[in-house]
Design a protein around this ligand. Structure first.
Ligand code: PAF
Length: 284
């Protein structure tokens, strides 16, 4: 694996690969890699000849007072994992390389970008889309892979790729979970043992909610019961729990039937966690 820190060097390597007919698969990350990321890498590798993983903790997607400084960073361990995983290029650029012309926002997330995550983290999705757009311009992949746990991010990135990078295939990788049900996340590293148990409790609530919805419970009643249960967890500040229509990313009503997503965000101690579960409502 080649560790590449400049955009120009990466482009030169990739141009040489493309010149001999190779396709490029790309997984953008902020590092602190875990098995969930590696499963996205597997997907990229299965669907392309050459794989690129970027590690860049993007300052633009953190609001003032958020965990930019505390976000886990482990480049050396990440690099070892990616080498073992036979990734071709680890792209770990500096902020100057990603934003040579300054850190102006170039992409706006629109209405959906100010709901759920965006309501609690103003500007987060504008910053996220701006970096994804920039990384896509640098890497020019044939295939790009994102994890479905960040459902709202996936919703918006899919649109960006469809509008601006039409030749790139967008793939979504499933969420990997610990045996406890806890969704794998880089931020889990910042939970202590007690907080980990609490976070596991949140995943278990989601599983129960999914099963209730799939066996005929009314959405509004189930959401209100589980909201109450989540609010009663120690050290937990629930931000939102909702069932959304994945086509429009808006809450469904009690008459909704079909594929939906349960989404949740909560702070456990100081650590903000999100999770998503797919659910089918109504007759199957
Ligand atoms: O999901 C993430 O890790 C980040 O939001 C991303 C897509 C790498 C952009 O910084």
């Amino acid at each position: 694996m080649k560790l590449v820190t400049s955009a120009r060097a990466l482009q030169e390597f990739l141009d040489a690969d493309r010149a001999v007919g190779k396709t490029v698969g790309f997984v953008p990350t902020m590092g602190a890699l875990h098995a969930g990321h590696l499963s996205l890498v597997d997907l990229a590798q299965k669907n392309s000849d050459v794989s690129v993983v970027s590690i860049f903790v993007n300052p633009l997607q953190f609001s003032p007072g958020e965990d930019f400084d505390k976000y886990p960073r482990s480049l050396e361990a990440d690099s070892e994992l990616l080498t073992e995983h036979k990734v071709d290029y680890l792209f770990a650029p500096s902020a100057k390389d990603v934003y040579p012309n300054g850190t102006d926002i170039t992409q706006r997330a629109g209405v959906v970008g100010s709901t759920f995550e965006g309501a609690s983290r103003p500007g987060h999705f504008d910053g996220m889309l701006t970096v994804v757009n920039r990384l896509m311009e640098i890497v020019e992949p044939n295939v790009v892979v994102f994890g479905e746990k960040d459902a709202q991010q996936v919703f918006m990135v899919r649109k960006l790729i469809g509008a601006r990078f039409k030749d790139c295939q967008f793939l979504e990788g499933p969420t990997l979970r610990e045996s406890s049900g806890l969704a794998m996340s880089s931020r889990n590293r910042n939970l202590d043992a007690e907080q980990t148990k609490i976070a596991e409790g949140i995943s278990q609530q989601l599983l129960k909610l999914k099963s209730e919805l799939e066996t005929g419970s009314t959405v509004s009643e189930a959401i209100s019961a589980h909201t109450e249960a989540l609010r009663s967890l120690a050290q937990t500040k629930l931000d939102y729990l909702a069932v959304i229509d994945p086509q429009i990313f808006r809450p469904v009503d009690d008459n909704y039937q079909g594929a939906a997503k349960i989404i949740v965000a909560a702070k456990v101690g100081e650590v903000r966690l999100i999770d998503t579960m797919n659910v089918t409502i109504g007759k199957q």
